[in-house]
Design a protein around this ligand. Sequence first.
Ligand SMILES: [Zn+2]
Length: 378
Amino acid sequence: MLALRARRLFDGQEMRHDQVVIVEDGRVTGITTEVPATVDLGDATLLPGLIDCHVHLAFDASRDVVAMLEPPGLADRMRQAARQHLAAGVTTVRDLGDRDYLALGLDLGLDGPEILSAGPPITTPRGHCWFLGGEAAGEHGVREAVRERAARGVHVIKMMVTGGEMTPGTHSHLLQYGLAELRAAADEAHAHGLPITGHVHCAEGIAHVLDAGFDSIEHCSFFTEDSYAVDHAMIARLAAADVVVSLTAGVAPGPAPLPPRIQQRMAGMREALRAVQAAGVDFVIGTDAGIGPPKPHGVLPYGAEMLVEHGYAPLDVLRAITSGAARVCRVGERKGRIAPGFDADLLAVAGDPLSDITALRRPLAVYRMGRRAASLSG
Ligand SMILES: [Zn+2]
């Protein structure tokens, strides 16, 4: 039995004080003040392990991630990426685009985070990220693609609704699929009991996935052909809808600059972030870890920091990257909270993240199913 005490305990919903968390056989079995601690973490905060809703373990955060997709060694590089998440306190990741379903079979046990996976994202022929192997067209074609993924045992369906920045010949401000195809994919996913999320970079795409009944929206950005135009009416619609926006927050400091087309649109992206908060849109964070040098694996704490800098309440951000993310990833009955019966995926950080969100960058200990993870650097 492990009895963990820290000055503060964020249980996935609220901040509590001076509690002892009892862990047995990999699960939390109690929260009490009655039992002496076997491990006292001192002036620290114990939280549920963090959940990053959008990563790409197959991308290695280098300058040319597509070139690095080739075997041999890809699975090993993906394992290394997964371990980087765990070392940062991210105990569950949702991989929204791998190649050959590699992420789905990449079980590191307790040496890595729990990996939920979409397999290759569904995209149009030569569409965004076609090189991951998920090309499908037409209502029949996308239904077939969803069925294949369901048979493989994926945890979520990912669809490239618009083009994207990293794929030449595709355009972030243009739709790849029509409404009929999006509806067919959502209908098929739901028939298999799977959530469906859409990669969307323009307002028209956001309207389409809302109409099609998608469960969540990745990026949710407002690209136009040569600029960025935040659609406040659309953000009001998002707030009223039963949908969760996965904000692509989090940039690690370093010499690598953001791509020019992103830099040019950064002011607009910041405006959108603030507007999403002001409107009360339901959100989680999906960092897109792996897609380039500013997005190393384990970057999620920087995403939390970015949101707080844009006016989000720290408590809302902590909920979003724990219990909120668990709900979106459909693991809310066992992840994202510290409560009896929940998996003992835990993160201890120095200080208090409610008063200083950068505390998330200072992990003291990470537990995966009750077992303390070795730090990467140590
Ligand atoms: Zn992505």
